[in-house]
Design a protein around this ligand. Structure first.
Ligand code: NAD
Length: 256
């Protein structure tokens, strides 16, 4: 079968280690022939992401803390001079203070609320605005969401509220950028054991519950999330925008 992303330039933000969902996506994008650019959040992650990038054979590894406007601008400038145009961007980034993912939601302090929304939702807006001019032949932007945006999940708290904001951002961005043939979607993944997920109190119970009770009776495999990310970036996904695509072994349809 021919490669689905041959000739496409793709920026993937959110690889921290090999368990990151973004890592699975990078792996699939390289397999499908994309020229992949990765970012790392801070110096602490630089070496790991560079090593993973070298193993995968990505084109470049660049710094970007999404809360820093200057770093977002510098990233886009480096992409402009390095490859000129961009076809896809994967936003696989979220953060909330750990204590806000264990105590009751009603106790969320203002600064924790703002931080979760800044990193997990606003960053998609800032990045989309920054990369859109590079998507001269149209493009595909996607982010990672979770069912806690529309259902109350134990301990997900402010992150669930930030995911609701993120999904609304997807719809408004899709509307704004559609005339430039830039599509914007979210992939709502089922629970996957990653560093971020481990910050949620009792995450393992959530994962086991979803695997036991979802239609497919198994956990979500990051590789199947990655294959949906391939579809969305490819011409196969050309009619899909403003959507939340569930890749969760079907768990979202269940009542109890
Ligand atoms: P992860 O910890 O591997 O990835 C989170 C990434 O966010 C890390 O690479 C981290 O460096 C990055 N990040 C945090 N703050 C940042 C900042 N200020 N600037 C730049 N990068 C920053 O965990 P993951 O589970 O792969 O998470 C990726 C995405 O998938 C998140 O949006 C998460 O909410 C979402 N998601 C995860 C699950 C799950 O169960 N793991 C399920 C559904 C959705």
């Amino acid at each position: 079968m021919s490669q689905l992303l041959a000739g496409k330039n793709a920026l993937i933000l959110g690889v921290a280690n090999k368990w990151s969902i973004a890592y699975a996506i990078a792996h699939a994008y390289v397999r499908e022939g994309a020229r992949v650019l990765l970012t790392y959040q801070s110096e602490r992650q630089k070496q790991t992401v560079e090593e993973l990038g070298a193993e995968l054979g990505v084109a470049r590894v660049l710094p970007c803390d999404v809360t820093q406007e200057a770093e977002v601008s510098a990233l886009v400038e480096q992409i402009r001079t390095g490859c000129g145009t961009l076809d896809a961007m994967v936003h696989s980034i979220a953060f909330a203070n750990k204590e806000d993912l264990s105590r009751p939601f009603v106790e969320t302090p203002r600064e924790g609320f703002l931080l979760a929304h800044d990193v997990s939702a606003y960053s998609l807006v800032a990045l989309s605005r920054a990369v859109a001019p590079l998507m001269t032949a149209g493009g595909s932007i996607m982010t990672l969401s979770y069912l806690a945006s529309v259902r109350v999940m134990p301990n997900y708290n402010v992150m669930g509220v930030a995911k609701a904001s993120l999904e609304a951002c997807v719809r408004y961005l899709a509307s704004d950028l559609g005339p430039q043939n830039i599509r914007v979607n979210a992939i709502s993944a089922g629970p996957v054991k990653t560093a971020s997920a481990r910050a949620v109190k009792d995450f393992s119970k959530m994962l086991e519950g979803a695997a036991a009770h979802g239609p497919l009776r198994r956990a979500t495999d990051p590789a199947e999330v990655a294959d949906t990310a391939v579809f969305l970036a490819s011409t196969l996904g050309r009619g899909v925008t403003g959507n939340v695509v569930y890749v969760d072994a079907g768990f979202q349809i269940m009542g109890v």
